[in-house]
Design a protein around this ligand. Sequence first.
Ligand code: NAD
Length: 344
Amino acid sequence: MPAINFAVIGYGGMGSYHVQTIMAKEKLQINVVGTYDISEERQEVSKQQGYKVYQSLEEVLTDDSIEAVLIATPNDSHKELAIRALCAGKHVVCEKPVTMTVAELDEVLVVAKETGNVFMVHQNRRWDPDFLIAKELYKKGQIGDIFQIESRVQGANGIPGDWRHEKSHGGGMLLDWGVHLLDQLLFLVDSPIKNVSADLSFILGDEVDDGFISYITFENGLKALIEVGTTNYIKLPRWYIKGTEGTAVIHDWDLIGEMVVESDKKNIQAPKPIQAGVGLTKTMAPPSEEATDKLALPLAPVEPNSFYQNFYQVVREKAEPIVKNEEVRAVMILIEEIFKKHKK
Ligand code: NAD
């Protein structure tokens, strides 16, 4: 099967990361030919790296040797670029979030369907090792049936860059990191959403949110707390997961964490009171040591990022996409709901 000739539209931070990822996979049959970026500086970088530098979008889209494009520009420009590329007969990989609303996303998906070209969204964090551990815990039941998931990312550096501060460019943290955490959650939990509440944060005084907390309840009873913060000098754990037989914590992307599980239910001793502040408590005493085990987290299954390999197979072999457009749409519906539920 021949390689796919590929062009990058938007050669900034993420555009370059895609190219590095593609180049690092020796067996991948994707050939990065060139880039198109409106910034002269980025054009120069691309030229120095030996790629063809396209001078206009039209030049990319009329280049018959190019079969597929990546769109890695600011969020507000994805829709138009994607529709133009699909209409020009190109397959498209698009960065997240594709659009800012479900209605706009639907416009893109209609064109993808009509043209028959592949449209796939880069939800790369489905391959994050911390997420794969959370998935393992959820599916294999090492801490019993999971009834509460807390998934957070927190930093203290504010909203990064330039366009991410502006509403017109689709800035804000819900549309940035929120998309990833919500995509992971919906990929994990196979149950319809029952209820959503949310609070967006505007601590930094930007016109867009600098973080948010959302509580999501599913029909199967599972409750999730999703939080993104950019004003957190001390972080809470990346994952805190409660099951009917134990609790697991994954502190960060370095995968340090642990599980405490019930080992011998019959042997559970009544807790002894402990001094807590200026009082005594049995309720908050540590769990009985005889009846619990502190265990290492399960190993993340080896699942290297196969996004582009899958993209190749979808284009060449009509394989099933790992990131399905209906899943992307479900995340967008949830994002709209979170914006709606925010109480001003
Ligand atoms: P960036 O600002 O670093 O890069 C964007 C580039 O697009 C810039 O070089 C800019 O000059 C160029 N550009 C702007 N408008 C253009 C246009 N109309 N045509 C061609 N080029 C144009 O931004 P970034 O951090 O690389 O983010 C780009 C996209 O990638 C965003 O949608 C963002 O959400 C996404 N992203 C995804 C991940 C991920 O993990 N999946 C991580 C970071 C960013």
